[in-house]
Design a protein around this ligand. Structure first.
Ligand SMILES: CCCCCCCC/C=C\CCCCCCCC(=O)SCCNC(=O)CCNC(=O)[C@H](O)C(C)(C)COP(=O)(O)OP(=O)(O)OC[C@H]1O[C@@H](n2cnc3c(N)ncnc32)[C@H](O)[C@@H]1OP(=O)(O)O
Length: 193
């Protein structure tokens, strides 16, 4: 048996159910913050990941690689592909009605991802133990059943709104508190009243 890592759920972990108020499968989740590099429309060069609720505690996301996302000529940068997975895995919090941040994230790159291709990401939660959320994701090239290009596994940790208010730069925090529409879907405010 392989050695437990920080991505191994502890024995007390449970397989989660979607929150009773979780969006139904297919619902667009929208950007969580307009300046988010992963999903925000206002972020220059951002990934503009589009995410929908999936079956159970899962989400489906799509990301089209542009020339701004290159690492090698005509190929996506691995760190930006990891960013797409961070974003998709983070959206799982929406299905559980919690706001969660990445504690640990691992990415396996199986195939090069060319500029112009679309990555179809399916991310799902395997287990929850207290504030710890254990999730996995797979990214396929150019179709939901295309060849696997990237796989990821993560531990997210649930946090309250104070995580963002206390740690974010005051300028942006004030801007968002003054204009909650910048958190477009209202996700964070709905889940942390
Ligand atoms: C302005 C107002 C409005 C704002 C609205 C905002 C809306 C936002 C909406 C939605 C947000 C979603 C955003 C998605 C974006 C994509 C996701 C990202 O990229 S997030 C950025 C990258 N990640 C970080 O910056 C985390 C930095 N780290 C931390 O802040 C802390 O380390 C944190 C919160 C992860 C844990 O700190 P602790 O003090 O709360 O808790 P402890 O006790 O240390 O950990 C809890 C449990 O988790 C384990 N744990 C924590 N980190 C671990 C790790 N790296 N590996 C293994 N285990 C870990 C610990 O061992 C502990 O486990 P045991 O309960 O003892 O069993």
């Amino acid at each position: 048996m392989s050695r437990p890592t920080s991505l191994t759920p502890p024995p007390e972990a449970v397989v989660p159910q979607p929150h009773p108020d979780a969006p139904s499968p297919g619902t667009e989740l929208g950007e969580h913050y307009s300046d988010c590099f992963g999903c925000g429309e206002a972020a220059p060069g951002g990934l503009r990941l589009r995410t929908r609720a999936g079956e159970g505690v899962s989400v489906d996301a799509e990301f089209t690689v542009t020339a701004q996302h290159q690492g090698a000529p005509g190929l996506a940068h691995g760190g930006l592909l990891t960013c797409a997975f961070d974003e998709a895995l983070g959206a799982i919090g929406y299905m559980l009605h919690t706001t969660a941040v990445t504690g640990h994230l691992e990415t396996d790159f199986r195939r090069p991802v060319p500029v112009g291709s679309t990555l179809y990401i399916h991310a799902w939660c395997e287990a929850v133990a207290g504030r710890k959320i254990y999730s996995r994701a797979v990214g396929r090239l150019d179709a939901a059943d295309g060849p696997i290009a990237v796989e990821a596994a993560a531990l997210f940790v649930s946090v309250g709104l104070e995580h963002f208010v206390d740690n974010g730069r005051a300028e942006e925090v004030r801007r968002v508190l003054d204009n909650p529409d910048l958190i477009k879907s209202g996700r964070a405010f709905e889940v942390n009243p």
